[in-house]
Design a protein around this ligand. Structure first.
Ligand SMILES: Cc1cc2nc3c(=O)[nH]c(=O)nc-3n(C[C@H](O)[C@H](O)[C@H](O)COP(=O)(O)OP(=O)(O)OC[C@H]3O[C@@H](n4cnc5c(N)ncnc54)[C@H](O)[C@@H]3O)c2cc1C
Length: 386
């Protein structure tokens, strides 16, 4: 019996525990978090105390060292609450700390990873620049080797947790002419002895996911010591980034599944109560069709995303599959949030009702882990390869 679609008892229990936590701590605050557009430090502290920030890290640093499927369960349940808060939390768990856990020496792990897992230090990852988003080969932030360390010069854009971060994993090039082959990761800490030149730039006001703070970060001749070079060899940054891309894509799929389900479940409640022409609108076939199409799209997207989680966990090569999981779940989500907006009629246009928030939150899923054009370009090339 090789094909097994069941979760373990531990995974089911974990899902229920996360669901209860999200229902208790986050769900009641969702509208307020969206409206205030501020990072909720109190919520962050309460949430961190439960240990979830160490989900994928070793127990000796305070982590939970859970399996990949449990991590994906967590991402799915978390995004059912506030998508913005989920962005900040997932940045900390996955992208913000991965390279520190992978390459940091013991001193760095004690100084950064241990407090990061406790929620005491907040982190970021910095790829995107003014002229380089999908195309990392266009990175201009420069890392220059100097005696005892590196000098970093450049600006990063769209950095989740940027305004509140204590540490950043920054992608920079040793020479822009080298394209992808010149890229590396560097750890920039806010509280090093020489923090001159580091500044938070313009804060961005976002359409959705508004309680995760986002900004530019500016590095003006910032010195970092040699130990903050995160890698074994110069020029391997893209290869290292590739190590977490599958996880990032399936995580994004989980967020998409969650937002889509939330939007359509709320819309179902609305449709059963909203009267038109003498009936609840849920009685009309054209309204039911929206739920039917969503459901028929959602279930395979959900199953496929967990298949990819299983493949990652079992170290089965799955680059193409994870791209497809992200693409499929996110396109399904775009459909669901749009249909939810229509089911609410004019009320959808009022911030008092939830569908506009789901619609706004969902849009950010289109960019991280590869835009859909970039994913399709890659998949199309692979499919048509001779
Ligand atoms: C809410 C939010 C949070 C973010 N957080 C972070 C963060 O913490 N750290 C970070 O580094 N970045 C972050 N980003 C940036 C994100 O990673 C980029 O938006 C993403 O990489 C896409 O890059 P871009 O926006 O520059 O778009 P571009 O790369 O400029 O693309 C613009 C358009 O061109 C299309 N395109 C590009 N190349 C091709 C091609 N070869 N073929 C066809 N079409 C193409 C794209 O699909 C898109 O439609 C965040 C973005 C958002 C919206």
């Amino acid at each position: 019996m090789a094909l097994d679609f069941t979760f373990t008892e531990e995974q089911e229990f974990f899902r229920q525990t996360v669901k209860d936590t999200v229902n208790r701590l986050i769900v009641p605050k969702v509208a307020e978090l969206d409206e205030k557009e501020e990072f909720p430090l109190g919520l962050w502290k309460g949430f961190s105390a439960l240990g979830y920030l160490g989900l994928r890290h070793e127990e000796k640093y305070g982590g939970m060292a859970t399996d990949t499927i449990s991590q994906m369960i967590f991402y799915e349940e978390l995004a059912r609450g506030s998508c913005g808060f989920a962005m900040s939390v997932i940045m900390q768990i996955l992208m913000g700390t991965y390279f520190i856990a992978r390459f940091g020496n013991e001193g760095i792990k004690q100084r950064i990873l241990v407090p990061a897992i406790k929620g005491e230090k907040i982190g970021t990852i910095c790829f995107t620049e003014d002229q380089s988003g999908s195309d990392l080969g266009g990175t201009r932030t420069l890392a220059t080797k100097v005696n005892g360390g590196w000098r970093i010069n450049g600006r990063k854009q769209w950095i989740t947790n940027g305004p509140i971060a204590e540490f950043s994993t920054v992608m920079a090039t040793v020479d822009p002419k080298l394209g992808l082959k010149g890229l590396n990761f560097y750890l920039v800490e806010k509280k090093t002895s020489d923090r001159d030149g580091f500044a938070v730039g313009q804060r961005l006001h976002k359409l959705g996911s508004r309680c995760s703070e986002t900004s530019e970060l500016v590095f003006d001749n910032v010195f970092i010591p040699d130990e903050n070079f995160l890698g074994e060899e110069v020029g391997k940054g893209v290869q290292y980034a590739g190590e977490i891309l599958n996880e990032v894509r399936v995580m994004t799929a989980m967020n998409a599944l969650s937002i889509a389900k939330g939007a359509m479940d709320d819309a179902r409640g609305y449709a059963k109560n909203r009267m038109a022409f003498g009936n609840p609108i849920s009685k009309y076939q054209l309204i039911r069709e929206k739920f039917a199409k969503f459901w028929a799209w959602y279930e395979p997207a959900w199953n496929y995303a967990y298949k990819c989680a299983w493949m990652i966990q079992n170290k089965v090569p799955c680059t193409n599959e994870c791209m497809m999981a992200k693409y499929h779940a996110t396109e399904m989500c775009m459909f669901a949030v749009e249909e939810a907006m229509r089911i609410y009629g004019g009320n959808a246009f009022c911030t008092e009702y939830p569908p506009q928030r789901y619609w706004r939150d969902a849009k950010f899923l289109l960019y991280g882990g590869g835009t859909h054009e970039v994913l399709c370009d890659y998949l199309g090339r692979i499919y048509c390869k001779d």
